[in-house]
Write a protein that binds this ligand. Structure first.
Ligand code: SF4
Length: 289
C-alpha cells in the first residue's frame, strides 16, 4: 500500500472522529442545558404596544414539569406614587418553553407611569395555578424600563430563534386582566406624579384652556407657557399615554410616536403633562424664551 493511501485513510479517520466528537459534545451541551439550565425570562417587543406585554420564557420542562399559565407584574415603589401596583393575567397553559403577548390592561400603564419608577423594585412572576410552581425574577425599575425600551425581538422571532412550537403560542388575548390592588402614596414620601388626573394638581391643569376645564375655586392656578420645540427620542413603547393627554400634538403610530405636523405649541403645560406621563421619558421639549 502506498504512503499516500495510508495518509488519506488517516485523514478520513480523523475527520470522522472530529464530526462524531462535535455531535456528541453538542448533544451533551443540549442535554445539560435541558436538565440544569436556569429558567430564563426575556422581555420582547409587543406587536401592538399599549397594554400588551410580550415575553419569552425558557425552562427545563423535563426537570420541572408544569403547565405555566399566569404572569404577574408587581411594582414596589416606596419612594413614589403609587407605592405598589400589581397586575395579574392568565394565559393559555404552556408545558414547554414559550413566548406570548398578554394584555395586562390599564394597570400596566399605571405601573409604567408610577413616579420614581427607576428607584422601585419590579417583580415578574411566571407561575402555574395548577401545579403550584412559581418562577420569580426581581430587578430594579430602571432595569425593567431599559429592557422594555431595548426589546427588539418579537414573539414570532423568539419562537423561531429557539425552535419552539409556534402552535403552542397564542395571540394577544382580549379578556380583562385581574388587577389586585393599587396602594396609596406613603404620606410625606416622594413627589407625586404631576398630571391632570392627579387630584393634587387638578387646580394647576384646570387653568389650561386646552385642557377644557375651569379653574377650581381657591386652587393654585399655574399659567401655561409657549414651547419652541417638542420631539420624541428613541425608545417609545407606544403606550398611547401622550396621545390620550394631547392628541393635537402627539400621534402614536404602530411602533413609535410622532409630533403631528403643525402641532400647536402654545399650551406648554399640557405638553409637560404628557412628557411627565411618558413611562419611558422620551418626550422632550424646550420652552420658548
Ligand atoms: S412617547 Fe411616551 S407616552 Fe407617548 S406613546 Fe411613546 S412611550 Fe407612550
Amino acid at each position: 500500500m502506498s504512503t499516500s493511501l495510508i495518509a488519506m485513510g488517516v485523514a478520513i479517520f480523523l475527520v470522522i472522529n472530529l464530526v462524531i466528537g462535535l455531535a456528541g459534545l453538542s448533544l451533551l451541551v443540549g442535554t445539560f442545558d435541558t436538565l440544569f439550565g436556569k429558567p430564563k425570562l426575556t422581555l420582547l417587543r409587543s406587536s401592538k404596544g399599549g397594554n400588551i406585554f410580550a415575553f419569552g420564557f425558557k425552562w427545563s420542562s423535563a426537570k420541572e414539569p408544569a403547565a405555566l399559565d399566569t404572569i404577574k407584574l408587581r411594582l414596589f415603589n416606596p419612594f413614589g406614587s403609587p407605592t405598589q401596583v400589581e397586575v395579574t393575567k392568565p394565559f393559555d397553559a404552556k408545558k414547554q418553553s414559550f413566548a406570548v403577548e398578554v394584555n395586562m390592561g390599564p394597570g400596566f400603564i399605571d405601573l409604567l407611569g408610577a413616579s420614581n419608577f427607576d428607584m422601585a423594585t419590579m417583580q415578574v412572576e411566571v407561575s402555574s395555578t395548577r401545579d403550584g410552581i412559581c418562577y420569580q425574577f426581581d430587578m430594579s425599575g430602571a432595569k425593567f424600563r431599559k429592557l422594555v425600551a431595548e426589546s427588539h425581538q418579537t414573539v414570532a422571532e423568539f419562537i423561531q430563534q429557539h425552535s419552539l412550537d409556534a402552535t403552542k403560542s397564542s395571540g394577544p388575548p382580549i379578556d380583562i386582566p385581574v388587577r389586585s390592588f393599587i396602594a396609596d402614596t406613603v404620606p410625606g414620601r416622594g413627589p407625586a406624579l404631576k398630571m391632570a388626573t392627579n387630584p393634587a394638581f387638578a387646580g394647576e391643569f384646570s387653568a389650561s384652556p386646552a385642557a377644557g376645564g375651569a379653574a377650581t375655586a381657591g386652587a393654585p392656578a399655574a399659567a401655561t407657557f409657549l414651547v419652541s420645540k417638542v420631539w420624541i427620542e428613541p425608545g417609545c413603547i407606544v403606550c398611547n399615554a401622550c396621545e390620550d393627554i394631547y392628541k393635537d400634538v402627539f400621534e402614536v403610530l404602530a411602533d413609535t410616536c410622532i409630533i403631528r405636523p403643525n402641532a400647536p405649541l402654545d399650551d406648554g403645560l399640557r405638553i409637560q403633562e404628557a412628557a411627565e406621563a411618558c413611562p419611558v421619558e422620551v418626550i422632550k421639549f424646550t420652552k420658548a424664551s
